[in-house]
Design a protein around this ligand. Structure first.
Ligand code: AMP
Length: 423
């Protein structure tokens, strides 16, 4: 199947071919014809499947053809397509995709998100644009200030709906839906489809066509995976050991917390390994800089939290390391999907301590495969050295370490996947 056979027009075909896209991905093959017919769409797909192009191409095509047919093309452009996405990184990336695929169409897009001054964003909006990519908070804010009107919107996309709900955007989304004209084509994408997401989709979509790309088809098969059993204190030691002994060119390390991410960077730095962290406590400029340094190879390791990493688009990522295993199994699939892109081979390494073994079982159930266990490494039973400070404290007064897996009582809380029983 080719993009041409899907009905994509020449100005977009040229851009796709310049990007090196020879064939549509499964989500594109399924979605593009439906969307070109003007139907609503409910898409179950995660980042990494090519879903951005799946919605951007038909929107650009509709807008381009309408622009060609319009007699008077001189007036100020009005927002015809609205894409709402949860994070700044995703918003930037979607905007870039519209610019790339639409480079020969004359369709103008812009991106707005919070955490930065609004002046530069409102200036572009005032000049007039066709496609607006936005995060919910800044979007509502600028609507409230009168910089944005949604009354001309003909295409709306809600991207990463499950993440949007996880991040607490439900009220913002409901407010936005109420502001959209009823006559429009609506697209709704989510990596998972739990009942609250299905309920939300019903509020937005009228009789949609459904397409689905299941995560295990797209990632688990092409990414080599391994798990190292290691206790908490041994994790950094093991990470440094692997980075020093294995050929790992560009490594994305996932940390559950922002504090943890900073700590990993500090310890890697001390070991002489270039690393930077990205998470929501960092300014937008610092995050962009860190991402830039990583992309151009100046830093070898990027340490990220899940939310910050959503949407990071790095094609040549050799390794993903799950320093902490996620408590939601789908998150594991999202994480490892960052490597092994565009036909390249990738490797995902996970560290698993006693408390995380239940998470590992859940993940293996979801991806329907057993992950290879590496049982021989120098930090299997790592015991941290007693520091001079510890040694000075009489033994009975030292802080007790937490029990590692005290009959489930000490187990960290599981998220949505907790509904699934483990074997
Ligand atoms: P997405 O799921 O939209 O984040 O896209 C994942 C990655 O796949 C991006 O780096 C896209 O540039 C790339 N991509 C999307 N569609 C295609 C295609 N048909 N052929 C090759 N690469 C693609």
């Amino acid at each position: 199947m080719t993009f041409q056979q899907l009905g994509v027009i020449d100005p977009i075909l040229r851009a796709l071919s310049a990007e090196g896209y020879t064939n549509p991905t499964p989500i594109q093959e399924q979605s593009i014809p439906i969307l070109l017919q003007g139907k609503d769409l409910l898409g179950c797909a995660q980042t990494g499947t090519g879903k951005t192009a799946a919605f951007a191409i038909p929107i650009l095509q509709h807008l381009y053809l309408k622009l060609q047919n319009r007699q008077d093309q001189r007036g100020r452009r009005k927002i015809k397509a609205l894409i709402v996405t949860p994070t700044r990184e995703l918003a930037i990336q979607i905007g870039e995709s519209f610019s790339v695929y639409g480079q020969h169409t004359g369709i103008k897009n812009t991106v707005i998100f919070g955490g930065v001054k609004q002046g530069a964003q409102t200036k572009i909006l005032e000049r007039g644009i066709d496609v607006l990519v936005a995060t919910p908070g800044r979007l509502l804010d600028l609507i409230g200030q009168g910089f944005i009107s949604l009354k001309d919107v003909e295409y709306s996309v809600l991207d990463e709906a499950d993440r949007m709900l996880d991040m607490g955007f439900i009220h913002d989304i409901k407010k936005l839906i109420a502001l959209l004209p009823p006559k429009r084509q609506s697209l709704f994408f989510s990596a998972t489809m739990p009942p609250d997401i299905v309920a939300l989709s019903r509020k937005i979509l009228g009789n949609p066509e459904k397409v689905s790309v299941t995560p295990d088809q797209t990632t688990a098969e092409k990414v080599e995976q391994a798990v190292y059993y290691v206790n908490k204190p041994g994790k950094t030691k093991l990470l440094i050991h692997l980075l020093q002994t294995m050929p790992m060119e560009s490594v994305l390390v996932f940390s559950r917390t922002k504090h943890g991410a900073n700590k990993i960077v500090k310890l890697l730095d001390r070991a002489g390994i270039s690393a930077e962290a990205i998470h929501s406590n960092k300014s937008q400029t610092a995050r962009q800089r860190a991402l830039g340094n990583f992309k151009n190879g100046a830093t070898k390791v990027l340490v990220a939290t899940d939310i910050a990493a959503r949407g990071i688009d790095i094609d040549e990522l050799s390794h993903v390391v799950n320093y902490d295993l996620p408590n939601i199994s789908e998150t594991y699939v999202h994480r490892i999907g960052r490597t092994g892109r565009a036909g390249l081979s990738g490797m995902a390494i996970s560290f698993c301590d006693d408390e995380e073994k239940a998470f590992l079982r859940d993940i293996e159930k979801l991806i329907k495969q057993k992950i290879k266990i590496v049982s021989e490494h120098p930090f299997v039973n790592y015991k941290p050295e007693v520091t001079a400070k510890d040694a000075a404290v009489p033994y009975g007064l030292r802080k007790k370490s937490k029990p590692s897996n005290a009959g489930g009582g000490g187990r960290p809380k599981r998220g949505r996947s907790s509904g699934r029983k483990t074997a």
